[in-house]
Design a protein around this ligand. Structure first.
Ligand code: ASP
Length: 444
């Protein structure tokens, strides 16, 4: 425990991640071509793959992801109810919603425009052969109309059971509003919800402390199974997506933050480390949401009344990293299939990818499914997705880190403009760190 205290959480997560990657590579090397290899230990023989990769690593990683997801629905519902009912002026809700959604859409449009410009300049698809043995099933892409209808719940319990975030948001906002308008009963209930929210945040902290182990298992499993062969043939595509992701995450966000709030972007980036690492290792903005929430409120200083709305909404509809992949992928596929896209097509891609990001759930790999919708809009062959599927896993991890950073950046902008922002917390290097280290000895 004392060691843990000395070493920050970020450092421990990075150690878990690097150790996991090394162990993954080690298993990949010793299992190469010998899937049945066994380890003999005190006379017992253990099949390496079944015991470690499909056993310990798989189980450990899945439990970690499940426990993060476990918190999402209660956290979003409870903190959003708290947030809405504590808004001093309920009519500000419309302004808040408009501002947040507007910023999310604008940052996504910037992201995809950057991505397409880079892809047009570099030309990653020029000279790439069309053949691919991977296949892609397009049946899952929902229509745009359905995306909008799906925002409204007919049964909130069902929405919660299915983890349908937009529906939960709508219900929580209405519930919170009704509480704010209910006088005494609403006030009493608000106290219960505030306490609940504190307890759930403590649970988030507890889980964050276990993250180094969870991340280790996730990485060990992933890097044993990850194939790097396709990366070489798609190096240009991979490189363009990665470069634009890094540029957007580090440069665009810094500029937007500085311009709109005057806040120091370096402090912002430093404080985002943990959330970005969680996003990277889980590939899921949804699963990372509890950590984003804790970062935005406890480290960046955005008040809960804003963060409880902007973070879940962002994790659900704001996918700048995903849009970047979709922008590059569209240009790449057009180049591979020798289709000339017009300016009108490019504008169409910006529009559809921005709207598609609303319907992209924050879970691993969904960005590719929504890419089908974008491709169809401009008449590009959806089979093109099969070409890039092989390198998508690593890009998914990176773009999720960007998605999460975007949510936090917009939360800061909205918080600051609504004067629901604690500058002292933002400036304090150690803000939130004390909450993060849970004293388990307390239980004894
Ligand atoms: N994995 C991404 C996220 O959760 C979504 C995607 O791009 O597939 O943010």
């Amino acid at each position: 425990m004392s060691n843990n205290k000395k070493l920050g959480l970020t450092a421990r997560i990075v150690i878990g991640m690097v150790a996991g990657i090394l162990v993954g590579f080690f298993f990949k090397a010793i299992l190469a071509g010998q899937e049945e290899r066994e380890l003999v230990f005190f006379g017992f023989s253990m099949p390496l793959k079944a015991f470690f990769i499909d056993g310990v690593f798989h189980v450990g990683g899945e439990i970690f992801i499940a426990s993060l997801k476990m918190l999402v629905v209660p956290l979003v519902f409870v903190s959003l109810v708290c947030g809405t009912c504590s808004l001093s002026d309920t009519s500000s809700l419309g302004r808040l919603g408009g501002k947040t959604i507007g910023l999310y859409l604008i940052t996504t449009a910037i992201a995809i425009s950057l991505a397409m410009t880079a892809a047009i300049v570099v030309g990653p698809g020029k000279g790439v052969a069309m053949q691919s043995d991977a296949s892609f099933d397009i049946s899952e892409a929902p229509s745009l109309a359905q995306v909008f209808i799906n925002i409204f719940p007919s049964n909130p319990i069902e929405s919660m059971a299915q983890g349908n975030m937009l529906q939960i948001i709508v219900f929580a906002v209405l519930f919170g509003l009704a509480m704010a308008l209910s006088g005494k009963p609403g006030e009493r209930l608000a106290m219960v919800f505030t306490d609940l929210s504190e307890v759930i945040m403590k649970l988030v902290n507890i889980l964050m402390n276990l993250a180094p182990y969870g991340v280790f298992f996730l990485m060990a499993k992933l890097f044993t199974t990850l194939g790097f062969e396709t990366i070489a043939s798609l190096a240009k595509y991979f490189g363009v997506v990665l470069t634009v992701l890094l540029f957007h995450g580090l440069v665009s966000y810094s500029i937007i933050l500085k311009l709109l709030t005057g806040l120091n972007p370096l402090i912002f980036i430093r404080k985002m480390r943990d959330a970005a690492l969680f996003g990277f290792s889980t590939s899921s903005s949804n699963a990372t949401m509890p950590v984003t929430m804790e970062t935005v409120t406890k480290k960046l200083g955005v008040k809960n009344s804003i963060a409880s709305f902007t973070v879940p909404l962002g994790a659900t509809i704001n996918m700048d990293g995903t849009a970047i992949m979709q922008g590059v992928a569209t240009v790449f596929i057009a180049q591979v299939f020798l289709v000339d896209l017009t300016i009108g097509d490019y504008l169409m891609v910006i529009l559809t990818a921005t709207l598609a990001s609303i319907g992209t759930a924050g879970v691993p790999g969904v960005g590719l499914i929504m890419l089908a919708m974008v491709l169809q809009q401009v008449g590009l062959p959806v089979e093109g997705i099969a070409l890039i599927i092989g390198v998508d896993r690593l890009l998914d991890m990176t773009r999720t880190a960007v998605n999460v950073t975007g949510d936090a950046m917009v939360s800061c902008v909205v918080g600051k403009s609504e004067k629901q922002f604690d500058q002292a917390v933002f400036d304090d290097e150690n803000a939130g760190l004390k909450d993060e280290s849970v004293d388990f000895h307390h239980l004894r």
